[in-house]
Design a protein around this ligand. Structure first.
Ligand code: PLP
Length: 472
């Protein structure tokens, strides 16, 4: 009963929050100091006394929500963090209440079954045969496999660990003696070098592939890089392509690179944390052409698939390479048992794992596949229109035509001024942009991800930047 009363209060507050955000009635970003927020929320007293309810809960909620960054606001144009559908957010609530740690089937049959379903939907989209429900067939090379992870960084790590074990299964037990390398463009996400450090490959052994000026792999240079690495006695764990690059949103030519990797027997991993969502697009799916030739892929549902943070997927073409990648001695978990379903535990770093599949499924349950495609296409379409508009302004510079919902641009000005403009816009609280460097020059960066954003908002942003630039 208390749960229903508190729950109604929370849902009512969140409803108001969504409306205020979509209609830009509250700031897109509002940053107080940590001390101020502690004080405003009365954290110390509530922590001591407990029993938060009634009007005190209302006050707590409204203060908390006023100190959030509003991703549903039309001026939210900053980072690649998704705009969760409310139904998908309810999935996080259901998961929070049931708390089924579903990495072993008996601890969450519904959650495990939904995750199994979603992984198979993704495998189907890529064009890889899906996992059989008959779990005795799991070790096969004839079908794909996958698992949902707590984020793309963990998914990349799992993919590269699978690639490392594929290169030499003994390394899992013996550790790496050296001489390993990962080939990737310098534009790859930093989770790749982080992984190289964690897995004992070595951050310095992530070898940059030749790229064009915008950081896209040049396929005609790839063979030379492979030969050079091998001549130096290096064993190549994997070659990684971006789909798309975090900074620019540009795609590497997957199809051509896949052929080269196959010819040279190299594990080909596609980091589709952001752009992998185009698997569900009607208009832009072609940017992922050749993806089915890869060995592994990651994608973040919590970026472009209307799913609350976090929910990433790791997929591999051949299940056998992922299967039992992580099984260790744990007498309380691994033993003979009645097994009507599928244990994800041997495919994942995590032991206690949330039921991430439900929030992901519920995003589709709200929109359907067509609705999801429409959302993705409209974000990319609007980014193309924004590019056209900004490029036509004489005092703005746009270094490339976008291929996704990420666009870098610059107000004709010095490097430091781009950051000063961004800071000033944040203080004004109507627009929230990110920033990146390309070719050692500082750019403003927008990610169009809120369904509330329109071309008029982009025009208003351009106007605000001009006004702001005079003040910095
Ligand atoms: C290309 C790419 N790979 C990996 C990641 C890491 O994903 P996560 O933030 O979910 O750990 C990101 C995040 O932005 C990304 O853009």
């Amino acid at each position: 009963m208390t749960f229903t009363i508190d729950g109604k209060q929370v849902l009512a507050a969140l409803d108001r929050y969504l409306e205020e955000s979509r209609q830009a009635k509250k700031p897109v970003i509002h940053q107080e100091t940590i001390e101020t927020i502690h004080e405003q929320l009365d954290l110390a007293a509530i922590f001591r006394e407990g029993g938060l309810a009634g009007s005190r809960l209302d006050r707590f909620l409204s203060t908390y929500l006023d100190n959030t960054t509003r991703l549903h606001h039309p001026g939210y144009l900053a980072h690649q963090v998704g705009n969760p559908h409310p139904l998908a957010a309810l999935g996080s609530l259901i998961d929070g209440v049931t708390n089924n740690a579903m990495a072993i089937y008996e601890m969450g049959p519904a959650a495990a079954a939904v995750e199994f379903f979603m992984v198979n939907q993704l495998l189907n989209r890529v064009g890889w045969p899906h996992m059989p429900v008959d779990t005795k067939q799991r070790l096969s090379f004839d079908h794909g496999a996958g698992v949902l992870t707590h984020g793309g960084s963990l998914a990349n790590m799992t993919a590269l660990m699978t690639a490392r074990n594929h290169l030499d299964p003994a390394l899992r037990e013996t550790g790496c003696a050296g001489g390993l390398a990962i080939l990737a463009p310098d534009s790859c996400h930093y989770s790749v070098s982080k992984t190289a450090g964690i897995l004992g490959i070595g951050e310095k052994n992530v070898v940059g592939l030749p790229t064009d000026r915008m950081g896209r792999i040049q396929p005609d240079q790839v063979v030379k890089s492979i030969e050079k690495a091998r001549k130096k006695g290096r064993s190549i764990v994997a070659l990684i392509a971006n789909a798309c690059a975090t900074g620019t949103g540009l795609f590497d030519p997957i199809d051509a690179i896949a052929d080269i990797c196959k010819e040279h027997s190299i594990w080909f991993h596609v980091d589709g944390a952001h752009g992998g969502s185009l698997l569900f697009s009607k208009k832009y799916r072609h940017l992922l052409a050749g993806l089915e030739k890869a060995d592994s892929l990651i994608l973040d549902a919590h970026k472009m698939l209307r799913t609350p943070t976090v929910c990433a997927a790791l997929l591999v073409k051949q299940a056998a390479f992922l299967d039992h990648a992580f099984q260790h001695d744990a007498g309380y978990l691994f033993h003979d048992k009645y097994q009507p379903g599928f244990d994800f535990i041997s495919q994942t770093v995590e032991c206690t794992k949330a039921g991430l599949g439900l929030r992901f499924f519920l995003a589709f349950a709200a929109l359907g596949e067509n609705g999801m495609a429409k959302y993705i296409d409209s974000c990319v379409d609007l980014t193309c229109s924004a590019h056209e508009y900004i490029a036509s302004q004489p005092d703005f510079e746009v270094p490339y035509a976008p291929e996704s919902n990420i666009l870098c641009f610059r107000y004709t000005n010095s490097d430091t001024n781009q950051l000063a403009i961004r800071d000033r816009l944040i203080q004004e609280k109507n627009f929230y942009l990110s920033s990146t460097s390309i070719l050692d020059r500082r750019f403003l960066r927008m990610v169009i991800i809120s369904p509330a954003t329109t071309l008029d908002d982009i025009k208003a942003l351009v106007h605000a930047i001009r006004k702001t630039a005079k003040l910095v």
